[in-house]
Design a protein around this ligand. Structure first.
Ligand SMILES: [Zn+2]
Length: 189
């Protein structure tokens, strides 16, 4: 699965956001309105999934899972306790069959050739369970006051500060530069 996605900022500019975890990318994606939107988003990331596979029932499931992941990750980022109802939701999805691991290089297709949406949702739920269980302190918010977007810091040094270097990282650099210029332009007396 490829991570990250292009999002549209309120200013109408598209920017790339990699949330650092598949489940957080899912939560950060624009909310799917139709089953087709959900199918297309998932099919871009999971081979063997047909975009037309998603039903209205899948959409309802996906929206419930997405909302639970979003609230849990936000609570983790803010060092708040996790809502037991949301925990139950991701545990429920995670308890269903996920995408089985497969080693490339074989000759046969093990199991069903096509993925079902339910398997993908289970895999996303298990991803959420993993990141909320292991090093939850790596789930943080973008440092920019007007952003505060939630991501998981995957960097070795655990010092990621921005949702995106191109967006908030650069804006902060520009602001810091202007502040330095303004400070040096201020008369000393
Ligand atoms: Zn940001």
């Amino acid at each position: 699965m490829s991570t990250g996605q292009w999002l549209i900022a309120p200013e109408g500019i598209s920017w790339f956001f990699d949330a650092g975890a598949d489940c957080l990318d899912f939560a950060a994606a624009p909310e799917p309105v139709h089953a087709r939107d959900l199918g297309e988003w998932l099919a871009q990331r999971y081979d063997r999934l047909d975009a037309g596979e998603a039903s209205d029932r899948d959409l309802a499931d996906a929206l419930a899972l997405r909302a639970a992941i979003d609230r849990l990750a936000t609570a983790a980022a803010d060092r708040q306790s996790l809502d037991p109802d949301d925990v139950d939701t991701i545990n429920l999805f995670g308890a269903t069959p996920d995408i089985p691991p497969a080693l490339a290089g074989g000759r046969r297709q093990a199991g069903a050739g096509r993925l079902r949406i339910g398997q993908v949702l289970s895999t996303l739920a298990r991803d959420a369970i993993a990141i909320l269980s292991v090093e939850p302190e790596r789930i943080r918010r973008c440092d920019a006051d007007d952003c505060r977007r939630v991501f998981r810091d995957e960097s070795r040094t655990a010092n990621r500060r921005w949702c995106s270097m191109q967006r908030c990282g650069n804006r902060a650099k520009v602001r810091a530069h202007r502040a330095r210029q303004a400070a040096s332009a201020t008369p000393e007396h």
